[in-house]
Design a protein around this ligand. Structure first.
Ligand code: GDP
Ligand code: GDP
Length: 378
């Protein structure tokens, strides 16, 4: 199980600045498509050889200048329920404010580890002002400057003490492939899973936060044998309404990190939106296999090459990452539903493939002969 670190705090303390500092350099390397990063509030990062996921919970509050306390509380509560470690960010220039106290109250009731970061400590003078934050009761204070990065190393040293590196039991026990079905709400994920299981399973999601795990279903039919990781039912029964996006993002991250191959489902009538690309890049960044399903294909009026054009459109958007199958399905008419699974299993097999060095050389050496790398200054 991967570790999720949530950055929480009232607006304007510097959460997103800290988030960017923790994730940006990595994102910049792996994600050349600017524009898709804009509305992303989660990212993978690495410190001291340990990888974890960081979430900027502030990104999920609308109108951050005018946020009601209850809204902040809800956000904090959810983050605390779903995450493994909380970084509680405060602002040295304002001291502890009423909303800080409210956040602290909720965090104190949780059993999750909370690290308190006092931000905007840009100079030594401000170090003198951090002491009042001890009053919040979270022990050691990490004074940081998110803009310069000062102090963030110490903070991360502490964070990674909570990062699990061991594989969990589930992983060790099981050698069957794990397939995650992910995508935006309403694209047809539950319908897809129900069609496969051939039963109208009512996925009862208990009160938000009481269960962290994605639903695992052992699928052993039609010659397929794998674990299906399913985030679909989440929306339906959970009590959370306002923060659905945040909630489903958390679950999606978990499912993707745990799976071998992700089936990313799109809605043919809606095309490919930035949220879809975000999920796709998350799959890519986690080095997982990918199958894209374009569902509700029955609703599309088809001419010659409609599917081909759609395919080209998707690959254009995801370039240079284009090496994944796309399947056009209609869960409603059960068209190509099994084909999607077939593709997923092929991807699982492909991921196991190892090339011999000799094969690699055979392929590359003629190419290198043809286009020798430039010799700069000898
Ligand atoms: P959020 O609402 O908590 O996500 O806060 P932001 O990250 O948007 O930051 C709010 C404001 O504080 C912005 O103007 C930032 O430039 C500023 N800020 C963030 N970190 C620091 C810091 O370390 N020092 C100073 N002086 N300003 C900071
Ligand atoms: P989820 O939120 O991704 O789990 O989506 P659902 O499975 O709940 O589906 C959302 C809606 O899309 C439901 O009304 C489904 O009946 C409908 N739907 C799902 N798949 C298809 C499909 O292939 N064709 C059509 N026309 N509707 C579909």
């Amino acid at each position: 199980m991967s570790t999720i670190v949530a950055i929480v705090g009232r607006p304007n303390v510097g959460k997103s600045t800290l988030f960017n500092r923790l994730t940006e350099s990595r994102e910049a390397i792996v994600d050349p498509t600017s524009g898709t990063t804009r509305d992303r509030h989660y990212g993978k990062t690495e410190w001291g050889g340990k990888e974890f996921t960081v979430i900027d919970t502030g990104g999920y509050i609308s109108g951050s200048d005018d946020v009601f306390e209850s809204e902040i509380n809800k956000q904090v509560k959810m983050a605390v329920d779903e995450c493994d470690v909380v970084i509680f960010v405060t602002d040295v220039t304002t001291g502890t404010t009423h909303p800080d106290l409210a956040v602290a109250d909720m965090l104190r009731k949780s059993k999750k580890p909370v690290l308190i970061a006092v931000n905007k400590v840009d100079n030594a003078m401000r170090e003198n002002d951090i002491h009042e934050f001890y009053g919040l009761g979270f022990g050691e204070i990490f004074s940081i400057s998110a803009t310069s990065g000062a102090g963030t190393g110490d903070l991360l040293d502490e964070v990674i003490k909570y990062v699990e590196t061991e594989k969990d039991e589930f992983d060790e026990r099981d050698t069957l492939p794990k397939v995650a079905v992910v995508g935006r709400p309403n694209v047809g994920k539950s319908s897809f899973i129900n069609a496969l299981l051939e039963e109208d399973r009512n996925i009862v999601t208990p009160v938000a936060g009481t269960t962290r795990d994605t639903i695992h279903t052992h699928f052993n039919k039609f010659g397929f044998n794998f674990w299906m990781l399913d985030t679909a039912g989440l929306r339906k029964k959970s009590k959370v309404t306002e923060n659905i996006e945040f909630y489903s993002v958390l679950r999606t991250i978990r499912a993707i990190e745990e799976c071998d191959v992700a089936i990313l489902m799109l809605d043919a009538t809606q095309g490919l939106e930035s949220q879809d690309l975000n999920i796709l890049h998350l799959v890519e960044k986690n080095h997982k296999g990918l199958v894209v399903i374009v569902n509700k294909w029955d609703l599309i009026e088809k001419e010659t090459n409609t599917a081909k054009k759609f395919e080209e459109f998707i690959y254009e958007k995801t370039a240079p990452f284009k090496d994944f199958p796309i399947v056009f399905t209609s869960v409603l008419t059960k068209q190509r539903v099994l084909k999607a699974l077939e593709e997923a299993m092929k991807v699982v097999e492909n991921r196991k493939r190892r090339l011999k060095t000799s094969e690699l050389n055979e392929f590359f050496l003629p190419l290198i002969d043809e286009f020798p790398p430039p010799a700069i200054k000898g």
